[in-house]
Design a protein around this ligand. Structure first.
Ligand code: FES
Length: 67
């Protein structure tokens, strides 16, 4: 079983920790050697798929709760 944690915080990017690989829509792996990354979920980052902090400037809001 993979040891990966995805954390969803209010108004923040997805925080992913663990042994991960990121693959784009064409099947190409996106290079990262980090063991923890933040993936954009506001759609405004200029460094997609990674968060670059723009969500704070645009006032991105999202509150996700498990149901
Ligand atoms: S979530 Fe941070 S730039 Fe989109």
């Amino acid at each position: 079983m993979p040891n990966v944690t995805i954390t969803v915080k209010d108004d923040e990017p997805f925080l992913i920790k663990g042994d991960i690989s990121i693959v784009d829509a064409e099947g190409k792996e996106i290079e990262t050697d980090a063991s923890a990354i933040a993936l954009c979920r506001c759609g405004a980052s200029s460094t997609q798929p990674f968060c670059n902090g723009t969500h704070k400037k645009i006032g991105f809001e999202s509150k996700v709760r498990a149901s």
